[in-house]
Design a protein around this ligand. Structure first.
Ligand code: CAA
Ligand code: NAI
Length: 687
């Protein structure tokens, strides 16, 4: 895993631990031994650390977390490096992350190729850079920038790294550049140790408000997480503690975080997201289709957003509408969205023009004939979608992927109207489609493996997180959401207020509760004045009264026109009470615990049914859908992971209790949960 070779007076230490050169036990042992040998070897006056494969060290080996420590500790490796008698230079390419960056910071010098990235993503795993990162980074790039880097977890590029002292030089060729720098450093024989610098810390001492400002800035995003505050405290220590005491405190905070439930859930989630990429019967080597030109049908909310994904990656899109007005509106929304980036400095106006030049508006499906992939995002109406696919079948070249963005409809029925159902699948983007990472890939009965593999690969290329779903109403995400909505509505008819339900869900860690979410999405989705049932459905009643959600300034809540801050509306409580009467429901006080259990266990039961029916490949895929698409707090893993932490036996007992109270079959326990409980197993035990 670690090789040592002397060349031209430089001891070259090469790390080779595919796929990402993680600091596994073998790497730590090998690195420690190689550095000590090289330091003692008189034929070398400098040491170069370099990695084989696609990247420099991308961090600790996450699989080792939570297990008893073995081999040489990373601290001992770092001490040996920092204490070496001759300069150590790291030559960096790919992603230098976490423990990898900490290792680089223990070298006396760092050089990198221009494409290299540097970062501390530990926060995403619910931990902090626990091998000196919180103490060394502020000494190099300064306190504010290191807070930004470590609390956001976002990597920085080589240019930023050079400008902020994180690296000493950008080289054209990794090996040649690294060797040249090492020879020079060997000749000068000067040892620069990050731990000894104090200038950046002195600058921060002049701005005592800095930490409070930073805490306020991140408060909303950091809600519920433990790691951000622990990172801030470690950085505060750099101003008040010696380096060694800072390291000690960092260690203690790291140990608390890594042994906590939140980090365990976040680590589980890291692997869940990667697992979701895998389809057992579609091997990695499956042939895929090159997507170089895309057709989009419908320039509404979704059509525009989906198109942006392709345009932003240089893939031309032809967008087709049914009328000129809708087409113009759709295209102008895309431009407006890009122009927002001009204001924030992310893109120039010329850049926007270049992206827009890739978008060809059209009123004719015939213009999609030579597209490699066509995505349909017209209204959610099965007959309309069938009509569109029938036409597409006669127009689009053979060998193109035909996708529907339906959020709930029968993709098999859509595929069946074509002569080529094996080329059809669902690509269910989430709104706003240019931002949301989740992409449900709906595998229809006849979808071919290359088509599926193409959609998965394309999703990754677009920076999305793809999850495969079978064909069922609402697929994985919305199907589960519907169940939560049913319970949330029942709860308010039985006596809870919408604000109580929302508060419970918000406090659990969701960004908002179901009623606030309804207001945001618009209460009139799927509502129709002709068939409105305001006597028995609160959403309908609110629509009848013109309270259609945030866009009309009121829905369940009233919204401040300036700040959009929401306040509960007592009249809405009265309306709900009246509807309860019409429904013959008995109103009573409902505890927070019951609210939470009914909302979440309804979801878990439905998740289990989805698994039972084979609509999701594995429990963790459901978790990926809910974390990415619906704001399930990642530090609780996802609904199926959470179910295991509560215990399926307890959940089953509660489901049966709710079933006994209800007259309908809503709470019919999933057979899968019953069988897992009878075997003393959880979802995690499903192979
Ligand atoms: N440990 C163990 N396995 C890892 C890993 C790690 N740090 N990083 C990646 N892998 C594995 C993945 O699970 C995946 O395995 P499979 O092929 O079996 O699914 C494989 O490596 C490739 O990973 P990706 O699919 O994610 O590849 P990518 O090219 O899209 O991304 C990457 C590469 C940017 C390095 C990304 O994998 C990543 O972000 N990794 C995590 C980096 C990280 O969090 N580092 C900090 C670790 S914690 C730490 O270092 C603590 C400390 O302070 C000591
Ligand atoms: P929308 O109403 O904003 O846009 C639909 C567009 O399709 C309209 O501009 C309409 O003029 C156009 N259209 C209708 N018939 C057409 C035809 N025959 N040819 C060309 N264009 C035609 O609807 P939205 O929200 O964009 O939804 C589109 C699809 O995406 C639906 O299937 C919906 O269920 C799904 N979806 C919507 C989400 C959302 O949050 N809005 C989220 C995920 C999926």
């Amino acid at each position: 895993m670690v090789d040592l070779e002397i060349q031209d007076g430089v001891a070259i230490v090469t790390i080779d631990n595919p796929p990402v050169n993680a600091l596994s036990e073998g790497v730590r042992n090998g690195l420690s031994e190689a550095v000590q040998k090289a330091d003692a070897d008189d034929s070398a006056n400098a040491i170069l650390i370099i990695c084989s494969g696609r990247t420099y060290i991308a961090g600790a080996d996450i699989k080792e977390f939570g297990k008893p420590p073995t081999g040489v500790s990373l601290f001992d490796v770092h001490d040996a490096m920092e204490g070496a008698s001759k300069p150590i230079v790291s030559a960096i390419h790919g992603t230098c992350l976490g423990g990898g960056l900490e290792t680089a910071l223990c070298c006396h010098y760092r050089v990198a190729v221009a494409s290299a990235k540097f970062g501390f993503p530990e926060v995403h795993l619910g931990i902090l850079p626990g091998a000196g990162g919180t103490q060394r980074l502020p000494r190099i790039v300064g306190v504010e920038k290191s807070l930004d880097m470590m609390v956001s977890g976002k990597p920085v590029n080589a240019r930023f790294a050079l400008e902020n002292g994180l690296i000493d030089e950008i080289v054209d060729d990794l090996f040649e550049g690294g060797m040249a720098f090492a020879k020079k450093a060997g000749a000068e024989s000067k040892l620069v140790r990050v731990r000894d610098s104090s200038q950046k810390l002195d600058e921060a001492k002049a701005d005592p408000e800095l930490f409070d400002r930073f805490r306020k800035k991140i408060a909303r995003k950091a809600r519920g997480f433990d790691a951000p505050e622990a990172i801030i405290q470690c950085v505060e220590d750099t101003l008040t503690h010696s380096f060694d005491d800072g390291i000690q405190a960092e260690r203690e905070r790291f140990m608390t975080l890594v042994s906590g439930a939140k980090s365990e859930a976040q680590r589980y989630y890291f692997f869940a997201e990667r697992q979701a990429n895998k389809i057992p019967d579609v091997p990695k080597e499956t042939e895929t289709i090159a997507i170089e030109k895309v057709g989009m049908i419908g320039a509404g909310t979704m059509g525009g957003g989906i198109s942006m994904n392709f345009l932003s990656r240089g893939i031309p899109v032809t967008i087709v509408e049914s009328n000129q007005e809708a087409l113009d509106r759709g295209v102008s929304v895309v431009r407006k969205n890009y122009m927002r980036g001009v204001k924030s400095g992310r893109i120039t106006e010329e850049g926007v023009d270049q992206l827009m030049a890739l978008l060809t508006p059209s009123l004719s499906l015939e213009d999609l004939a030579d597209c490699d992939m066509v995505i349909e995002a017209v209204f959610e109406n099965l007959d309309l979608k069938k009509e569109v696919f029938t036409k597409l079948d006669g127009i689009v070249k053979q060998g193109a992927v035909l996708a529907t963005n339906s959020s709930a409809l029968d993709v098999d029925a859509i595929a069946a109207v074509t002569q080529r159902p094996e080329w059809v699948l669902g690509t269910h983007f989430f709104s706003p489609a240019n931002i949301m990472r989740l992409l449900e890939i709906v595998r229809a009965e006849k979808t071919s493996k290359p088509v599926l593999a193409t959609a998965m690969g394309l999703a990754r290329k677009l920076g999305k997180v793809p999850v495969v779903s079978g064909v069922c109403p609402g697929f994985i995400g919305n199907r589960i959401l519907f169940k939560r909505e049913v319970q949330a509505d029942k709860l308010i008819y039985e006596g809870a207020t919408p604000w109580e339900v929302d508060e419970v869900i918000y406090n659990f860690g969701f960004p908002m509760g179901p009623f606030a979410m309804g207001d945001l999405a618009g209460l009139d989705i799927g509502w129709d004045a002709e068939s409105s049932r305001g006597e028995t459905e609160i959403r309908h009643k609110l629509c009848e009264l013109g309270r259609r959600g945030q866009k009309t300034g009121s829905g369940f809540y009233n919204y401040d026109p300036e700040t959009r801050a929401k306040t509960p509306e007592p009249e809405v409580e009265k309306l709900i009470s009246e509807i309860s009467g019409n429904l013959g429901a008995t109103r009573r006080e409902i505890s927070k615990e019951e609210i939470l259990e009914r909302c979440l266990y309804a979801m878990i039961n439905e998740g289990a049914r989805i698994l039972e029916e084979g609509m999701s490949q594995r429990p963790s895929d459901i978790d990926v859908v809910w974390v990415n698409g619906y704001g399930w707090p990642v530090y609780r893993g996802g609904p199926m992971y959470y179910a295991d932490t509560i215990g399926l036996d307890r959940i089953l007992a509660k489901i049966k209790e709710f079933q006994a109270q209800d007259n309908d079959d809503f709470w019919q326990p999933s057979a899968l949960i019953e069988s897992l409980v009878s075997e003393g197993k959880g979802f995690k035990d499903m192979a």
